[in-house]
Ligand binder design. Structure first.
Ligand SMILES: Nc1ncnc2c1ncn2[C@@H]1O[C@H](COP(=O)(O)OP(=O)(O)O)[C@@H](O)[C@H]1O
Ligand SMILES: [Mg+2]
Length: 505
């Protein structure tokens, strides 16, 4: 079977998310779509899957033009999709999830539980998926949940399988397993559309790579192309994938965390007695799969959490029990994971957001009076320094793109006098150009002698920046490693399966 898209165009208001896109994939082929965040990948696939309607263009299967009004049409045409966010009901079993979806569609006639269970076992055996039809979905690791989604598509007899950023939620080992499974699916004759912004994976799996940028196809490439070549096609200019970094010049200990324990309001332990330190002049990265307690630890660094025990000292001063403003006064810069929710006030202007923490002091206000001109002038300097793309500093923060929002938060936080920089997922959702900028800034802070604590689930980021790597698993730090640790070993720690437990604080 072959799937062919011709001149697909989709607008959202004034934005052209897909601009006359041509694309084709055939049986036994893995065709990757590579593009930065916001390039238009999900939009294109949602059109193929019937979740969005194109403004113009055609979709053909085996040379026949189709109208796809809903996922039912695309399923009936043999197109299945595994979404970026799974569409499974967590409290149901695997087989229940699969039959439930089916009742709504009825494409293959009646599908009862017993038949579905057999089908799941058959597919699972054929592709070595190791999925138990009676397992409760929420109790399964994410990698297995993803296989359930794949099985669901296969039960509908999908010949074309679309996977939208399937590795974003996986550990490195789970990613490897997925890639192996996709190769098996290719051997069995499926056509696979693999969407990603990660160069390494695309090179590892694709037969052909189509690169899209700002809604347009900018070219195709072979998987043998250099990463730097793919990156510059994706971004539209030369990019430096490596962060230049001199050896760390360690200063005194700035942050000391001892036996930090965090509970939720029901008393459940989220973080269990972790200890680590960060010196001036180094970057300590806390790595791990999302949801292993990292976010809670990050929040505790600024007194943002309740039910915290143990000790967190900045330059010898205890911060547990202190108010956020007092933590900031101790010299902590804090870039939160969710900049939209915690980092910015979206209805305030960019200028106001740039001075949120410091607006009580000179030169912005004096004796309770506020000097907007001074705010504006400093804001303009920061906008230039951090290359924040905006028409005017008076525009609201909500008008900025993700990367520029992040730069506003960074500009504000790094412009204060700080000793400790805490950043959580600092480049999540950013384009490659902005990632480069943020990385360079963080290394500059370290070189200036600040202690940098980085929380990141992106391994490329961890390797690019870290002087030491602490790995969290189920609320504990299960290892602290040198950045020379192999991806494989780091992945094992992230999955909690390494027997080694040499933890040194
Ligand atoms: N429903 C929508 N309404 C308005 N804009 C949208 C919508 N969906 C996507 N966009 C915009 O379209 C562009 C492409 O988005 P998307 O297809 O999600 O990109 P990708 O999957 O490559 O990250 C982005 O600028 C995004 O903000
Ligand atoms: Mg997407």
């Amino acid at each position: 079977m072959s799937l062919e898209l011709r001149a697909i165009t989709k607008r959202f208001g004034g934005l052209v998310a897909n601009d006359a896109i041509d694309f084709a994939v055939a049986d036994g082929e893995i065709h990757a779509i590579l593009g930065e965040n916001g390039a238009g990948k999900s939009t294109l696939m949602n059109i193929v899957y019937g979740l969005l309607q194109p403004d113009s263009g055609t979709i053909s299967v085996d040379g026949k033009e189709l109208t796809i009004n809903s996922p039912l049409d695309s399923l009936a045409a043999g197109i299945g999709m595994v979404h970026q966010h799974f569409m499974l009901i967590p409290v149901f079993t695997v087989v229940e999830n699969i039959v439930l979806g089916h009742e709504k569609t009825g494409i293959l006639g009646k599908l009862d539980l017993a038949t579905a269970r057999e089908e799941i076992l058959r597919i699972s055996r054929e592709f070595n998926f190791d999925v138990d039809p009676d397992a409760i979905v929420e109790e399964l690791p994410v990698g297995i949940q993803q296989r359930v989604e794949i099985i669901r598509a296969l039960i509908y007899d999908a010949k074309v399988l679309i996977l939208d950023e399937p590795t974003a939620v996986l550990t490195p080992q789970e990613t490897d397993e997925l890639l192996i499974n996709l190769k098996k699916l290719r051997e069995s004759g499926k056509a696979i559309v693999f969407i990603s912004h990660k160069l390494r994976e695309v090179k590892a799996i694709a037969d052909t790579i189509t690169i899209i940028r700002r809604g347009k196809v900018v070219g195709t490439a072979s998987p043998l192309a250099e990463q730097s070549e793919l990156a510059s096609m994706m971004v539209g200019r030369e990019v430096d994938l490596k962060v230049d970094k001199e050896p760390a010049k360690l200063g005194s200990e700035v942050l000391k965390v001892q036996n930090l324990t965090i509970q939720d309001h029901t008393g459940r332990i989220l973080v269990n007695k972790i200890s680590f330190h960060v010196n001036a002049g180094e970057i300590l990265a806390i790595a791990g799969v999302q949801g292993n307690g990292q976010s809670e630890v990050a929040e505790a660094m600024l007194g943002l959490r309740e039910h915290v025990a143990g000790s967190v000292r900045v330059d010898g001063q205890e911060i547990i029990g202190k108010k956020v403003v007092d933590c900031l006064d101790l010299g902590i810069a804090y870039v939160p994971e969710s900049r939209e929710l915690d980092g910015l006030i979206s209805t305030f202007s960019i200028a106001e957001n740039l001075i949120l923490d410091t607006h009580m002091g000179a030169p912005y206000s004096k004796f309770g009076r506020y000097f907007p001109e001074a705010v504006k002038k400093i804001a303009q300097e920061r906008v230039a320094e951090f290359d924040i793309r905006t028409q005017s500093v008076s525009d609201t923060a909500s008008s900025l793109s993700g990367g520029n929002k992040q730069k506003v938060v960074l500009a504000r936080e790094l412009s204060r006098l700080v000793k400790l920089v805490v950043v959580s997922q600092p480049t999540r959702g950013l384009d490659v150009g902005s990632i480069e900028f943020v990385h360079e800034r963080l290394v500059a802070e370290r070189n200036e002698g600040k202690a940098v604590l980085l929380f990141s689930t992106e391994l490329d980021e961890v390797y690019a920046l870290a002087d030491r790597i602490a790995i969290m698993f189920k609320g504990e730090i299960i290892a602290i490693a040198e950045p020379t640790i192999s991806r494989e070993e780091l992945g094992l720690f992230m999955a909690g399966v390494s027997a080694q437990k040499e933890v040194s604080a």
